[in-house]
Design a protein around this ligand. Sequence first.
Ligand SMILES: *Cc1c(COP(=O)(O)O)cnc(C)c1O
Length: 385
Amino acid sequence: MEVSGTAKFGTRAIHAGQSPDPSTGAIMTPIYQTSTYVQQSPGKIIGEYDYSRAANPTRAALEANLANLEGAKHGLCFSSGVAATGAVLHLLSSGDKVLLGDDVYGGTNRLFNRVFNQMGIETVMVDMTDPDAINAAMDERTKLIWLETPTNPTLKIADIKQVASIAKQHGVMLAVDNTFATPFLQNPLSLGADIVCHSTTKYIGGHSDSIGGALLTNSDDLHQRLKFIQLSEGAVPGIMECFLLLRSTKTLHVRMERHCENAAKVAEHLNNHPQVEKVIYPGLASHPQHELAKKQMCGFGGMITIYIKGGLDESRAMLEKTKLFACAESLGGVESLIEHPAIMTHASVPADQREQLGISDNLIRLSVGIENVDDLIEDLDRALG
Ligand SMILES: *Cc1c(COP(=O)(O)O)cnc(C)c1O
């Protein structure tokens, strides 16, 4: 369906990239579970498709849908968020340098610093909330800035517009991992980013039942180069995964509204809890970049980071005691999760880096789901004792 340019997010989430199947009228995009397509005569294809690594109609609908939600001209889907990240890194050559946010997802840190470094791509970790630090790290070999905002797990907010203008001055590409905010809360391309990356595993999927990634861009040139990498490396999602994600994006706006609402209440409650030393949530006035978050995002998200009173033993006890908050890695699903970054998601980040970033033994990360918020608060109170 052609969605009008003025249609609001909720309408685009449900309709963009999808139209009833012309042969049957099926309102949902069919699962085109096929690897290949019959040709009329050698080299003469019937429609647009010849082989599903290159393109598939179900995937094409998802790519168009996600592109629309980010306000992008082009979208490409991958088998995971890190596969999407890797595709961007393959735009670079040996000898190039990347400025990477100092507080990025652990798997992103590992991919840059332990895989692509071996191919001659140098990574320098930079605090993306500090424009002087970004400028200081920049040199003529720098080709890419990669950042997340809010970051994981300390929820720092980078000023995308400001970083984009630094990137432009130096002729450097800016990629923003928008997984935590989702296209509902923030659109980095409209703030000057060249590429947006998502792990669709998280909020976009929203049901903790699939792994996937996506890249969105307005640049025809970047799109063509990334599409070539997608085709050549083959890290494409399965067709069923694409169907599941099309089903997920239809409720993204509704889920995100409830994630934000619940997280705000939980953050407020924990902020006044005697067993909690500190709460980090962009929606709290005490957050160092609360004003920037208000300006850049249209909601504060579902992620909360807390420092509890005590150390490893007290953290472990809390994670063992919650019943609704399940102790698991990942985030962004309808169900609430609790995790300990130093032991779990960020274990692959070297200990000295963790310490510098404040990922201490009493730091706990919450992914607030869309259950009844009173039940969630009761669960946390019980676990905090
Ligand atoms: C999970 C995550 C990734 C990696 O995505 P996968 O789908 O697990 O490969 C990248 N960035 C962020 C911010 C994430 O949370």
